[in-house]
Design a protein around this ligand. Sequence first.
Ligand code: PLP
Length: 457
Amino acid sequence: MFKALRPRQNATNQFIHPFTQLADVEDDGPNVIVSGKGVTVTDRDGRELLDGFAGLWCVNIGYGRSELIEAAQQQMSKLPYASSFFGFANEPALQLAEELVRLTPESLQHVFFTLGGSDAIDTTLKTIRYFFNITGRPDKKHVIGLERGYHGVSSTGAGLTGLSGCHRFFDLPLPNQHHIPSHYRYRSSYGVTDAAIISGSVAALETKVAELGGSEKVAAFFCEPVQGSGGVIVPPDGWLAAMRIACAKLNILFVIDEVITGFGRTGQLFACDWEHVEPDLMTIAKGLTSGYSPMGAVLMSDEIYRALVDKVPRELPFANGFTYTGHPVSAAVALACLEIYERERLPENSKVVGAHLLKGLDALREHRWIGDVRGKGLLAAVELVANQESREPFDPRLNVGQLVRKKAYENGLIVRAFSDNVIGLAPPLIVGEADIDRMLDRLARAIHSAEAELHEI
Ligand SMILES: Cc1ncc(COP(=O)(O)O)c(C=O)c1O
């Protein structure tokens, strides 16, 4: 059929893996997952693994859900694609926008669909810039995030991300992107009490805004309600609400990135619901479709949306959007997914089973490597250290976190290893306590066998 076919090479380097030491994959080959059911996936060698990370903290409803498969199939048969440009629309996308406005905080009244989290953040950054330009405030250009924050990898969002690995060699962050220290209690910049962390964070934001020339120069503050890729860092109760109030006082926009925490992960439908926080903008993705089909979104306040309607030049519409904005198949999948969250009360399950997970992780503290245990709902982590007492980290060259991750895989468990030897767990929200116990048992075995291997070296 195709001319000039070359022979297949069976190489391990044609597919480029994200966030991967590519040399390792060339040597070892990839871990190929071929199927999944509930909280278990199976790899190409037939090994069954408990998925302690819900894919990439997204498969909240678990694998193999017929409701989503049918929703996708029906929508594909009826209408596989429709543009959202130039005033066109499709029914599932309109219905999904309505549902999302119903379910998210009242401050959010309008939805712009994307394909995932990075382009939701990118769209947010562009929308903010556009909003201040068309409302006569073109000097409001600086944006502030948290160190250890993660806001995806678009060429704008990766600079807002507060992880040096996402900056180095990419010429990031951009000159208008700034960071204040995280609320990271275990290695705190602010002190260890809740009050000190909250007042320290507020003061750091105020100082940063002042340094940048005041509110006339600063557009927005971005944060995750629980920092995910920075190592599952949970702020003290009251932190999110305090930062929201601080932003209002400073006259800058408050943006919440709920890409991980949205849709029940922390035990409420959205993590900002814990403190009844009303952001100006919110990004979502992952759990929106449970990863069954790519989709993300930006939700925004009526004030921002009205500017897009009323202040835009007649001859020049809001020129932003993607071929797949409001994709009907993804929207149909998302609607089926939302029904499952509600029907199966998955946020509640996350709260109850998450407490069990945290208790189990706490019990692992007997092992001398466990320095910190933290989490909220089914979003949890342990930080491995060389010395529990002094909190001294391991020599990074030992790659202890990656070793534990590999040992977990060999023991039938998928976890994620973050930098600083943090091991993260974020299983599907359908998980029960018995499966959590099996995960904890496998993790404990992985840590012991990593320790044994290190001692052999
Ligand atoms: C908080 C947060 N924001 C944004 C993103 C980027 O989302 P995506 O990978 O879908 O582009 C992620 C991805 O993990 C995330 O955790």
